[in-house]
Ligand binder design. Sequence first.
Ligand code: HEC
Ligand code: HEC
Ligand code: HEC
Ligand code: HEC
Ligand code: HEC
Ligand code: HEC
Length: 461
Amino acid sequence: MRFSERFYHRILVTLTLVMSMTVSSFASIHEGGDAAKGEQLFKANCASCHKITNEVLAAPGLQGIDQRWAGKDALLVKWIQNPQAAAASGDAYVKGLVSTYVPQFGWMAGQAVSEAEIKDILAYVKKGPVGGGAKAAPTNECKTLEELKADAEKNEESDGFIWFIIVGVILAIIAVSAANISKSLKNAINEREGLPALPEVGYGKSIRGWMWKNRTFVSIVGLFLVCYFAVVGYSTLMDIGVYEGYTPTQPVWFSHSIHVCQNEVDCNYCHSSAAKSKHAGIPSVNVCMNCHKGINKGTITGEKEINKIYAAIGFDPTTKTYKTDYKEQPIEWNKVHNLPDHVYFNHSQHVTVGNIDCKQCHGPVEKYTVGHQATIDEINAQDPASVPGLIKLTKPTLTMGWCIECHNKAQIDLTSTEYYEEMHNRFKATGLGQRTIRDIMEDGEVTVREMGGWECGKCHY
Ligand code: HEC
Ligand code: HEC
Ligand code: HEC
Ligand code: HEC
Ligand code: HEC
Ligand code: HEC
């Protein structure tokens, strides 16, 4: 039996089709990516807006996108790299996406990620945290709703404290003038009845008279006060420059716990200059707006606190537009950490070069509501698993003792060749002899101190 050429042709076409379909389903962008790499990429590029669950942060959660975008690999890549171009394709799903989310969050910005990187990201979205189940815990570390509510009230209360003092002073003034009025009244009565006016006794004299009459009481109180001020004065002198635990109130109730812990926003998203420069910096209102353009209500404070962000930048949450010709009024955060002017401290040197975790110096930030200067006990009590390489120190944070204690303990990482080179250059520059080098290397460890981290000039201008 002979088959027609057309028949062979058909078989060939069908086979190629079947093959290409299987190949394309093998090559689906949702399969075969590297989830570990994807986790890094996701955190760096997408996590500020997306969660990998189905929860909405400042954009829809990405759980299940393999199903929502099934068979549309190229379009998905296009969307991530250039959403508006993808929308122009006229795809019905994309149209729905745009009409649902753009009014609330605005357009997603095109992301500078390659197709291979997107594949890794999608593997991570599908698989979840690569560390396995270990990541299930963080919600326990976050503050509970009750704790957060109490914190929010505290930020209000302390505003009231200053009024407490002001009212106190006013009352005292009223009391003194009332005493004067009552005396003038008495004098007026005496005058009418022809009696002599009350003698003009100065305050000093009348107080001295009163003290003499109550001398036992006065001497006991006096002795007590002397002891009290001696103790307080001594400890104040010893603590000069020690502000451990300092937690000023803030104009907006910004909670690190809600952002860092519950919503897993990375420190670097808001304090991006910590890795690159001397200062870590406080985020501008624009950074808040990346998310709060869409999120206009909080679980704890409702619209009250978030409205302060809108007031600062001139945004109308009902129309979702910026007011024109609005003079921006930056939020005036109160500074928490303050080194004296004669000290030089550089974040990038510690964070990027020294590879020290923020929490080594700032403590359990995920539990803070408003900014707070960690005490050394809070820092030491952290779980070493959450602060890689945690070094336990004893001196109060931000004192000179704290800096040099760490420089004496912290080792310089010799595993990277860059450091070897840097070190040799420094040795050459300082002209250290072979013996000194041997002494330094004796214990097989090189500390910051051995590299000059105790030299006054390194930290002092
Ligand atoms: C600045 C915020 C922002 C960042 C960063 C961001 N996106 Fe988006 N993304 C959005 C918004 C908002 C939408 C919803 C559509 C819109 O409004 O444009 C969206 C939609 C999507 C969708 C469609 C979701 C669905 O349910 O179909 C995907 C997929 C997506 N983004 C992937 C990514 C990936 C991957 C990254 C990181 C490489 C990323 N996005 C970074 C804001 C962002
Ligand atoms: C990466 C996204 C993101 C950024 C950036 C961001 N926020 Fe938020 N913010 C959130 C989320 C998510 C919530 C939780 C909303 C809720 O309670 O459901 C929130 C809640 C809040 C709340 C309300 C808390 C409550 O429960 O009452 C305030 C106030 C707030 N943010 C202030 C700020 C300020 C100020 C900035 C800028 C310094 C900022 N946020 C930046 C995502 C963000
Ligand atoms: C070696 C200790 C150390 C590490 C690590 C560290 N900081 Fe700091 N941080 C400090 C000190 C000290 C100050 C006070 C600086 C000053 O007053 O000049 C400070 C101040 C700050 C401030 C206030 C603003 C400013 O720039 O002065 C912020 C915000 C901050 N740090 C965030 C971070 C973040 C985020 C990280 C991690 C990426 C980090 N820090 C890592 C010690 C550290
Ligand atoms: C969503 C934005 C956001 C994120 C994420 C964030 N911060 Fe902050 N941070 C702020 C704002 C706003 C302030 C100023 C208000 C305050 O002090 O409470 C601040 C204050 C601070 C301060 C005190 C600054 C001072 O005045 O001395 C430190 C330290 C700090 N943050 C460290 C961190 C660390 C460490 C992380 C990560 C674990 C982190 N922050 C994550 C927004 C953020
Ligand atoms: C938790 C440990 C730790 C604390 C606390 C710490 N440092 Fe450091 N510091 C380091 C490490 C590690 C390096 C080395 C980084 C490197 O490899 O160059 C370093 C390096 C330095 C250098 C550069 C030294 C050199 O030889 O070039 C200076 C300056 C410095 N720190 C200042 C300070 C000041 C000021 C403080 C206190 C306000 C402080 N550090 C607190 C760990 C710490
Ligand atoms: C690793 C960094 C570092 C080094 C090295 C260092 N200092 Fe300091 N020094 C500090 C810091 C931080 C403070 C501020 C402490 C405070 O405000 O409580 C300080 C404060 C001081 C003060 C003011 C007194 C005080 O307690 O505020 C003097 C004086 C001083 N240092 C002298 C020196 C001398 C002398 C050397 C060299 C032997 C030296 N420092 C080395 C970090 C350093």
